[in-house]
Design a protein around this ligand. Structure first.
Ligand SMILES: [Zn+2]
Length: 324
């Protein structure tokens, strides 16, 4: 009888860390997460806003330069700007007002860190008094044409202010085409369009509460992907978005949708942003920065080109500490 010993056992298919030298393990370690893989949500809040809780990246306008400078110094590649809307009405009038909180935030971020990619949320929900992403008809339906016009005008305004990428957030078919056309006509052919693939989830909760964008009734759920079908429907929607002119995509959430991320990666060659939402940040905070780093490494391995996360600063800080 032949006994398998260390000398005669077949070699492992991969690297065997018990036997590999440190330099060899490093040689074959594969891609690792870097700060350049990370983007941070920048939540522009009213002066003096203090809710019962907050989220990383939530700041009054005066705090934006310091926040963005810190992130840029850590090597974080991008920010996505969300604004807490003011003067809300049924037509989202303030969304297009000169000098509103969104455009002021974009200007401050770009002035502070010109090399940081600035993406903006293009959506009605921060600016409508009913909190819906879309504009309504008198009988409560979706006013499609008015919503397209709003999103197109917001996108152009953001691009005029310095945004590098605009992100139509409501999953309204036709909106990406409207935004792309408006940008082209305004001379912003080099501004990207990154629409959402948003799956219905409780994991948006902390963000919606902080930003006061949680309509009690209306169309939002109908505009999101149903969790049970999200794997198929995300691919269908992604193909539509790309046909309409999207040049990158955001998938949210990801903690409960890694299977969707994998399928999407197999189907799409455009860059995919994995948006680790506010509820994920809250849940994963219990694991600490090291656990969060492992989570993000997994998202990169699964095919995310960029990870938008409330833990960007904590993770980039940990990466810097480990490198030192
Ligand atoms: Zn919205």
């Amino acid at each position: 009888m032949t006994v398998l010993t260390e000398r005669t056992a077949p070699p492992p298919d991969g690297i065997n860390p018990a036997r590999a030298r440190r330099v060899v393990r490093a040689l074959y370690a594969g891609p690792t997460l870097t700060a350049a893989d990370l983007s941070a949500p920048l939540l522009a809040l009213p002066d003096g806003a203090s809710g019962e809780f907050s989220l990383p990246g939530a700041t009054a306008l005066a705090g934006i330069p310091a926040t963005v400078a810190r992130w840029s110094g850590l090597g974080i590649a991008g920010v996505k700007v969300f604004a807490y809307g003011h003067d809300r009405d049924s037509r989202a009038t303030a969304a297009l007002a000169p000098g509103n909180r969104m455009v002021t935030a974009i200007s401050a971020a770009k002035a502070t860190a010109p090399d940081t990619a600035v993406t903006t949320e293009v959506c009605g929900c921060s600016w409508t008094d009913h909190g819906e992403c879309v504009l309504r008809t008198d009988d409560g339906g979706i006013d499609l044409d008015a919503t397209y016009r709003l999103m197109a005008a917001m996108a152009v305004q953001h691009a005029d202010t310095g945004a590098d990428v605009v992100s139509p957030t409501a999953m309204l078919d036709g909106s990406v085409r409207a935004v792309r056309q408006a940008l082209d006509e305004a001379g912003h052919r080099d501004v990207g369009v990154n629409p959402n693939l948003a799956i219905h989830t409780s994991l948006y909760g902390p963000f919606k509460t902080l930003m006061n964008t949680d309509p009690q009734s209306g169309h939002r759920r109908g505009l999101q992907l149903e969790p049970g079908r999200a794997d198929q429907d995300a691919i269908t929607q992604a193909r539509r978005w790309v046909t309409e002119g999207a040049d990158s995509l955001t998938l949210q959430p990801v903690m409960t949708a890694v299977d969707v991320l994998l399928r999407l990666r197999d189907d799409q060659r455009v860059p995919i942003v994995a948006y680790s939402t506010s509820g994920e940040w809250r849940a994963f905070s219990a694991l600490g920065p090291a656990g969060m780093l492992e989570y993000m490494t997994m998202l990169k391995r699964a095919g995310a080109d960029q990870i938008l996360t409330f833990a960007a600063e904590a993770t980039a800080t940990l990466l810097e500490t480990r490198r030192a």
